[in-house]
Design a protein around this ligand. Structure first.
Ligand SMILES: CC(=O)SCCNC(=O)CCNC(=O)[C@H](O)C(C)(C)COP(=O)(O)OP(=O)(O)OC[C@H]1O[C@@H](n2cnc3c(N)ncnc32)[C@H](O)[C@@H]1OP(=O)(O)O
Ligand SMILES: CC(C)C(=O)C(=O)O
Ligand SMILES: [Mg+2]
Length: 522
């Protein structure tokens, strides 16, 4: 059997991107001409084989977009979609004739449901429309794709006849869309196998998948189609598309790359460009990418669990089947959270410039776990504040044990327990505001004559659960001592900062040091 489709083409899967056509059919996903031109450049640079830029008969804007994309793209083929109508095809040709490689893509439905109710055409009339439309397109352009809309709900024998009609009329690509996301992988694979083996002239065309995600099976079905003999996959960046979307380009490409042992076909995609394309599509459509989205989600290469982080530090392949760099996602991210373990914590501290001994590490780790229990996101700055805080408090004689504050319109009071050199003391005080009440309680337990010279609070990170970092400066008899503390509770941080300053002041007095501007351990 001689074939106009070369063997090398059959070893490769053509990536047909329909982000600008089917993707744009998503309600709310309209793109401007400028955005489509920029996206076309990104897709071309990424190595997409076919860019479907729009549906030229739909509007002047769509026509213009297909025409302008055709003018600037030189490497990829540019396709425009049309119904099986001469007017659609002529309009499409007007737009894609500027392309170095242009394609006319004709669609007509072949399922009994669509033919009877939507097209209101007899099956034989549909076959006639295929002959006419594909033949007309082929007279205008050497590259014609024909799609059997709702192929997966079409009668097999009629679909076979329709495909044969399209190939006979000159179609070079045959697309069998799962228009409503209805098929199953085994069923879709079988459909392609059957058509590739039984359609007369099947070797003259490339078979293509086009899967929708109504049951979440779009990617699995597309891969099954390839298993069955398809060598073109229609897909969209971030899985954009009608209703639940199309098969996601990034997932198709990486599934083929990572599991070449299962499907030994290459794509021409430079995978390092994937994340850039995803972010651009998300930005121009306003459709956010879910955090746990495969390949391009924020968490796709993030690890928070201690056991996973430990495994990753020993060998990244324990928990990563591909490298984030390979999809342009930057580096693996070991996220510090309540599920993290000591190995990752030590590594994180190293990265932040801290080398702690085992005891200090254990102490800081305990405090980190307490913080992670309270806070949704533990940022690097939180960890720095926490470790600095722990280091500063290492040799303190006075420590905060417990604090309870009542605040509000009825007045403010604080009940504070301190450990003063091993002796636990409690005081109850009121004040002009909750901080004042806390500081008065400290003065009651540890009487001193130092004057408060500075009280400053700032949030370590953003959010209402951010740690407050408090600085306190005390002056006594010409000596100045500063204390700092961080806590998610501003009043606890205030108490600890004051006590830290007091410890520093007493320590300076003991050592007989002269006055100093910054006397904290920082
Ligand atoms: C599965 C898919 O994604 S297919 C692509 C879907 N995308 C779009 O529809 C977006 C662009 N569409 C449009 O802008 C408009 O629908 C247009 C310009 C194509 C047509 O607009 P109108 O002429 O106003 O027709 P309308 O959209 O209301 O109805 C569609 C008509 O096309 C017919 N039709 C639908 N599909 C096809 C087809 N593949 N081939 C031929 N005729 C078709 C319908 O039977 C209906 O015909 P009727 O007017 O004789 O009843
Ligand atoms: C136009 C065709 C390919 C389509 O989008 C579908 O059937 O889903
Ligand atoms: Mg579609």
């Amino acid at each position: 059997m001689t074939s106009p489709v070369s063997d090398s083409k059959r070893d490769r899967v053509i990536i047909f991107d329909t982000t600008m056509r089917d993707g744009e059919q998503s309600p709310g996903a309209s793109m401007s001409l400028e955005e489509k031109l920029e996206l076309a450049k990104i897709l071309e640079e990424m190595g997409v084989d076919v860019i479907e830029a729009g549906f030229p008969i739909a509007s002047n804007g769509d026509f213009e977009a297909v025409r302008e994309v055709s003018k600037i793209v030189t490497e990829s083929t540019v396709a425009g979609l049309c119904r099986a109508h001469q007017v659609d095809i002529d309009r499409c040709h007007e737009a894609i004739k500027h392309a170095k490689r242009g394609r006319i893509h004709i669609v007509i439905a072949t399922s009994p449901l669509h033919m009877k109710h939507k097209l209101q055409m007899e099956p034989e009339a549909v076959l006639e429309a295929i002959t006419k439309s594909v033949g007309h397109a082929r007279n205008l352009c050497g590259d014609v794709e024909w799609s059997a809309e709702d192929a997966t709900r079409s009668e097999r024998d009629f679909l076979r006849r329709a495909i044969e009609t399209a190939i006979k009329a000159g179609a070079t690509t045959i697309n069998l869309p799962d228009t409503v996301g209805y098929t199953y992988p085994s069923e879709y694979a079988d459909l392609f196998k059957y058509m590739v083996e039984n359609v007369e002239g099947a070797d003259k065309a490339i078979f293509s998948t086009h899967c929708h995600n109504d049951l979440g099976l779009a990617v699995a079905n597309s891969l099954a189609g390839v298993q069955g003999g398809a060598r073109q996959v229609e897909c969209a960046v971030n899985g954009l598309g009608e209703r639940a979307g199309n098969a996601a380009l990034e997932e198709i490409v990486m599934a083929l790359k990572v599991r070449g042992d299962q499907l030994p076909y290459e794509t021409g995609i430079v995978t390092q460009h994937i994340t850039r394309a995803s972010r651009y599509v998300s930005a121009i459509t306003g459709f956010p990418v879910q955090f746990n989205k495969a390949i391009v989600g924020k968490n796709a290469f993030s690890h928070e669990s201690g056991i996973h982080q430990d495994g990753m530090l020993k060998n990244r392949e324990t928990y990563e089947i591909m490298r984030p760099e390979d999809v342009g996602q930057g580096a693996t991210n070991l996220v510090m959270g309540k599920h993290s373990g000591r190995h990752a914590f030590r590594e994180k501290l190293k990265g932040l410039g801290y080398e702690l001994g085992q005891n200090a590490l254990n102490e800081a780790f305990g405090r980190f776990k307490d913080l992670a229990d309270k806070k949704k996101h533990v940022f690097d700055d939180d960890i720095i504040a926490l470790v600095d805080d722990a280091l500063a408090r290492g040799s303190e004689k006075i420590r905060v044990v417990r604090l309870r504050v009542v605040a509000g319109t009825e007045g403010q009071s604080a009940e504070l327990t301190l450990d003063v050199d091993g002796e636990v003391k409690t005081a109850h005080a009121t004040g002009d505001g909750p901080v004042d009440a806390v500081f008065n309680a400290i003065i009651e337990i540890v009487p001193h004559s130092a004057a408060l010279r500075l009280f400053q609070v700032h949030a370590v990170t953003e959010g209402t659960d951010a740690q407050a970092q408090v600085s306190v400066r005390l002056e006594d008899d010409g000596r100045i001592a500063t204390g700092q503390a961080a806590d998610t509770d501003t009043l606890t941080a205030s108490a600890k900062a004051y006590v830290n300053a007091l410890n520093n002041l007493f320590s300076r007095k003991e050592k007989g040091r002269p006055e100093t501007a910054i006397a904290s351990g920082f």
